[in-house]
Design a binder for this molecule. Structure first.
Ligand SMILES: Cc1cc2nc3c(=O)[nH]c(=O)nc-3n(C[C@H](O)[C@H](O)[C@H](O)COP(=O)(O)O)c2cc1C
Length: 212
């Protein structure tokens, strides 16, 4: 859900293993009200290792019912740029960078939320990637890996780059999906980010959506 009050948008969150093309198409056939979906992440791999099966879910011919934004998981600028260029050729000029995945096999490789405690590495990645990216970049992230204030070292870095928008799921990775979203810290992010922010997390009914 975006913070642009003139054009509020509702985007289906990505759930890897659930909201792939079959789900998205069935969903779009039976429900409306969503402006689009973020696709579950594709892991960036070295150029020679990228196989068609990695990007099969994103083939335009099976994604005509709902606008989608592809998402990439990775920390290598070269691999990310290679995949983003391939996606651009397929008709997706905008890609999302996953800085939220909380699972240990991912975070221990400093991918997903595993990068959140390392602002300098994030800065270096953005500097290299945004010089070479064919289109626009958005980010989806948690507040931090271990602590909710990790994000406040990242927002000033993001403010220096031309991002499309930042989706924030206001939990730490350590929280996984427990507890409640930290709305106070999200409010602090609204005050410190110059980018459009998209809120994500625990929107489960119409009343909750309206209150949010
Ligand atoms: C099974 C599962 C798979 C997920 N896969 C992704 C993913 O591929 N990319 C991503 O950014 N977030 C992923 N998420 C996180 C969700 O997109 C979302 O941020 C989180 O579930 C909180 O929002 P919700 O309360 O609306 O579900 C996943 C979550 C779950 C439970």
């Amino acid at each position: 859900m975006t913070n642009d009050r003139r054009t509020p948008k509702l985007i289906l969150a990505p759930l890897k293993g659930f909201t792939e093309a079959v789900f998205r198409n069935a969903f779009a056939a039976h429900f409306d009200g969503f402006d689009g979906a973020m696709a579950p992440f594709v892991t960036a791999v070295a150029a020679g290792r990228l196989a068609e099966k990695h990007i099969q879910d994103l083939l335009p011919q099976q994604n005509s019912r709902m606008p989608i934004e592809p998402q990439i998981l990775g920390n290598s600028a070269d691999d990310f740029i290679f995949l983003a260029r391939r996606l651009c050729e397929m008709g997706y000029p905008e890609v999302n960078w996953n800085l939220g995945c909380p699972y240990r096999p991912v975070t221990k490789k400093r991918r997903g939320s595993g990068l959140l405690p390392f602002p300098e590495q994030v800065d270096e990645f953005l500097d290299r990637t945004l010089r070479a990216l064919p289109g626009r970049l958005s980010i989806k992230m948690r507040l931090g890996r271990n602590r909710p204030d990790e994000i406040f070292k990242l927002l000033p870095i993001f403010n220096r780059y031309p991002l499309k928008e930042i989706t924030i799921h206001p939990r730490t990775a350590r929280q996984m999906y427990g507890g409640v979203p930290d709305l106070d810290t999200f409010q602090g992010c609204l005050e410190q980010s110059r980018h459009r922010l998209v809120y994500n997390g625990d929107i489960t009914d119409l009343q909750g959506f309206r209150e949010m």
